[in-house]
Write a protein of this length. Structure first.
Length: 507
């Protein structure tokens, strides 16, 4: 343990070197704005700026890209809260309560909660990374397809909490998302499936950002215009020192939720191919399921902002753990980071800690500094972000529509996806009119491909045995996840039963 603290101290000193400190600041600032731009996100940001890093030493280069990754995780919440458009897939869950809070004149509180929760999530995950890197990497290796599928079932179980008391509508929404996730080529046979109207473009599937921006950018905007007849009254927000202190005093309301989200996010992030998006969605679902006031979620509950932001930041750190210790990227962004490390002549894996300790501990030390720098930058710029809401709605609406179009086209480079985004936006608008929850559909399209792949791998490996998922001898982790999922599904029914008994007792 003393050796770890000694190495960490060396890493912190290394991160405070002038060049490395500049790279941390530049990376955090760039990431903040890249994350806030709809359609960009950390993957595109790291990919675009990777060539810039060849001008500096490898340690400074990875520190810059890691800081950019951190900043982008923070930045995704900005457009989710102020505009109602998720900056990236990792920030979708933040829209659910972030946008309602902004409409109520609490944008500064939502932005502050997102920043502080991100800081807590990042700090918890970095400490866990520092102390438990080797054993957690070994645990992640024990997750085969059965365990991954059980984890996805656990994530779907949290969707019950997202649908309130109307379970049938929630299930319909989930199934709708799963259908859209299945569009494209079959992952085993390679045959095309669900190619609507025989359009060749559907063979590439429906992109998640196309769906998310369509529903939360176009659909929500159409719903807002109709429900308010174009006269949206957003309470003006004056960011004062008194409000800042008042918002800080509310940390205790979401501290427990944030801490649980951080631990969950870090663990899910360490699993190859899972990443920050499922972590944030699961964290939001669990926060609502175990809340004393679940009905307030989706209407401006501050815990609904803090939980996913804590989880996605923790997951971004967690996804770097298998990359550093095993050479297995835990997310698309870390896959690009892995490519960069190989170009710089570094070989990620178990021997990296022994062969390149200065590099590894310099990176870990920079995570602590980057986390602090990003939260300071974020809090300092809240007045600028809040000014976006001060614009008249007649100006803000076309800006949001243009951002949606540019965000989708810049991501996919296909006009078909722009038209598809409009169609999905209209679909989301009609779902809102019919009082169907759209969140489970959006979440299902993220987890659908992951669940399908792991399920089919498991069944092929076990020769079609469906009990492979609940075999306590071979897959105890999978069995435990499925049991917890069943308990989560039964929990709302238990609460309903308790309410009925309480009413009878009063009567």
């Amino acid at each position: 343990m003393l050796e770890i603290f000694s190495l960490l101290g060396d890493g912190l000193l290394q991160s405070f070197e002038p060049l490395n400190l500049f790279m941390i600041f530049a990376g955090c600032l760039a990431g903040l704005f890249i994350g806030a731009m709809p359609g960009l996100g950390s993957v595109n940001g790291v990919a675009i700026l990777l060539p810039v890093t060849f001008l500096v030493p490898p340690t400074s280069a990875i520190i810059f890209l890691a800081a950019l990754y951190y900043g982008a995780m923070y930045g995704g919440a900005i457009s989710s809260i102020t505009l109602g458009i998720p900056g990236a897939s990792t920030a979708v869950a933040t829209v659910f309560d972030g946008k309602p809070m902004a409409r109520q004149g609490k944008a500064d509180q939502a932005l502050m909660a997102a920043a502080i929760a991100s800081f807590i999530g990042g700090t918890v995950s970095i400490v866990m990374f520092t102390l438990f890197a080797p054993p957690l990497a070994n645990l992640a290796l024990k997750f085969g397809p059965q365990e991954e599928f059980a984890l996805m079932i656990l994530a779907f179980a949290t969707f019950i909490g997202l649908g309130g008391d109307d379970i049938p509508k929630t299930i319909f929404s989930i199934l709708l998302g799963l259908v859209m996730a299945a569009v494209g080529f079959d992952i085993i046979s390679g045959k095309p499936r669900l190619i609507f109207f025989d359009l060749v473009e559907f063979q590439r599937g429906i992109g998640f950002l196309v769906l998310a921006i369509g529903i939360y950018g176009i659909g929500e905007m159409l719903w807002t215009i109709e429900s308010t007849k174009g006269k949206v009254q957003v309470d003006t927000v004056k960011v004062t020192w008194t409000r800042f202190v008042s918002s800080l005093s509310r940390i205790k309301e979401y501290l427990m939720t944030t801490s649980l989200g951080a631990i969950l996010g870090f663990f899910v992030g360490t699993l190859p191919a899972a990443g920050a998006t499922p972590a944030s969605l699961m964290s939001y679902g669990l926060a609502k399921t175990f809340s004393k006031d679940p009905d307030s979620f989706g209407k401006g509950n501050i815990s609904g902002v803090a939980a996913p932001e804590s989880a996605n930041n923790a997951a971004s750190t967690g996804s770097m753990l298998p990359m550093i210790t095993l050479g297995i990227p835990g997310s698309p962004t870390t896959a690009i980071l892995l490519g960069g490390m190989i170009i710089w002549g570094l070989r990620p894996g178990p021997l990296l800690f022994a062969e390149q300790p200065d590099f590894v501990w310099g990176l870990i030390g920079s995570m602590y500094v980057a986390n602090f720098v990003t939260v300071v930058l974020n809090l300092a710029m809240i007045p600028i972000f809040v000014r976006v809401l001060a614009m008249p709605f007649s100006i803000l609406t076309p800006i949001i529509f243009i951002l949606c179009f540019v965000g989708v086209f810049a991501t996919t480079d296909r006009m078909f996806d722009v038209w598809l985004m409009l169609a999905l936006g209209l679909g989301g608008y009609f779902l809102r009119k019919l009082d169907y929850p759209v969140a489970p559909a959006v979440l299902a399209i993220v987890l659908g491909p992951l669940a399908e792949r792991s399920m089919r791998q498991s069944l092929i490996g076990s020769r079609g045995d469906p009990f492979t998922f609940v075999n306590p001898a071979e897959h105890p982790i999978a069995l435990a996840c499925i049991i917890v999922a069943l308990l989560l599904m039964l929990y709302p029914a238990y609460l309903s039963f308790r309410k009925k008994r309480a009413k009878k007792a009063v009567a």
